[in-house]
Ligand binder design. Structure first.
Ligand code: PLP
Length: 365
């Protein structure tokens, strides 16, 4: 990754422009900054944030990117930019529970309808696209890690004049390049792998310059801007992104294999098992879900793990376990089996984590 911000003394890390505004000596200089899109107020533009945006645009092969204070900020701004009351959109199912709540709650209240289609049902997706203004995908899907047929869906959407937005948080600009397969705009929760250290909540959208420009109005008016220091942390996170993803994957793949051979595990959800992974996914990442017998088994398994904290989110250095019944919003949205558990494999030694899984499973068998 190359830093592309201002460089003053040959510094190896970008400067942090911790300022809310930029002052000018003359009205003319101020007018020039406004005209040329130079920074003059940090809610609109900040040089440290711009370094992060440029890096993400490069990673995704996009013309431009815009950073937000959270993944939900990016998703909400993108949907508000392209939808109006009376519009209908199509989304795959399951998507992240917060996104599901946005689509079925807030956006519905403002007169925007969503048709949900199972991630793997491309035919149904094709049937429901006519008349929709936008198709929203998450690949791989949250919780079940299934991969939609992006190229086929994008072709169907574009034939109807609909835009394709994709939440590609899981693939982090490294494990897939959705813009090459027909997506118009890529959305990320930068909180996850881009940060990698569980110390930032952030989001980013990337795509063609005209589309990213269209996001600027909701971005500016909702005020979902990213803080300069958080952008700096994200730039630092990006430097180790590929290394971390490789390590996450190694452990997660071993865990998926362990789960598949274990009598207490009824089902394993691992992205590399999806038939479309060869087409769209370089390799899996840190997430594996499993289905255990029931809620009691899921609870005992999670409580029995020594090196996994029970927690939401993912993508950081530390391993996490989340029984899905314990998150009411997820349970309400999808009614997953009560024994379903999502695991994020962090950067701790793999042997330690695998031994921990074996122990916890042995105690519920
Ligand atoms: N997209 C996915 C796939 C997520 O898992 C999350 C959060 O868990 C989000 C979006 C929302 O991101 P944020 O929490 O940064 O708002």
């Amino acid at each position: 990754m190359e830093d592309s911000g201002p460089n003053f003394l040959g510094e190896a890390a970008p400067a942090i422009f911790q300022t809310s505004l930029f002052g000018f000596d003359t009205v003319e200089a101020f007018e020039r900054a406004v005209r040329e899109g130079a920074p003059y107020y940090t809610r609109g533009k900040n040089p440290t944030v711009a370094v992060f945006e440029k890096a993400v645009a490069e990673l995704e092969g996009a013309e431009a990117a815009l950073a937000f204070s959270s993944g939900m900020g990016a998703i909400a701004a993108a949907l508000l930019a392209f939808l109006q009351p009376g519009d209908r959109m199509v989304a795959n199912r399951p998507v992240y529970a917060g996104t599901h709540a946005l689509l079925t709650g807030l956006l519905k209240r403002y007169g925007i309808e969503t048709t949900f289609v199972e991630t793997k049902d491309t035919e149904r997706m094709r049937e429901t696209i006519p008349g929709a203004r936008l198709v929203y995908l998450e690949s791989p899907s949250s919780y079940t890690f299934e991969i939609p047929d992006l190229a086929a869906i994008a072709e169907a959407a574009h034939a109807e004049g609909a835009l394709v937005l994709i939440d590609a948080t899981y693939t982090a600009g490294v494990l897939s390049k959705p813009l090459r397969h027909g997506a118009d705009l890529v959305l990320h929760s930068a909180t996850k792998y881009f940060s990698g250290h569980s110390d930032v909540v952030a989001g980013v959208a990337a795509g063609r310059a005209e589309l990213v420009r269209a996001l600027r109005e909701p971005y500016m008016l909702l005020g979902a801007k990213l803080a300069p220091f958080e952008a700096w942390l994200l730039v630092r996170g990006l430097r180790t992104l590929e290394l971390r993803l490789a390590r996450h994957r190694e452990t997660a793949a071993q865990a998926a294999a362990l789960f598949k051979g274990h009598p207490s595990v009824r089902r394993v959800y691992w992205a590399e098992d999806d038939p479309l992974s060869k087409q769209y996914l370089k390799q899996g990442a840190s997430l594996v879900s499993i289905e255990l017998a029931d809620e009691a088994a899921a609870r005992a398994f999670a409580d029995g793990l020594q090196y996994f904290k029970v927690g939401v989110s993912w993508g950081g250095h530390e391993s996490l376990v989340l029984p899905l019944f314990a998150q009411p919003r997820i349970a309400r949205a999808y009614g997953f089996p009560k024994g379903m558990v999502r695991l994020h494999f962090g950067l701790e030694p793999a042997e330690r984590l695998l031994a921990d899984l074996r122990d916890a499973l042995s105690r519920i068998s």
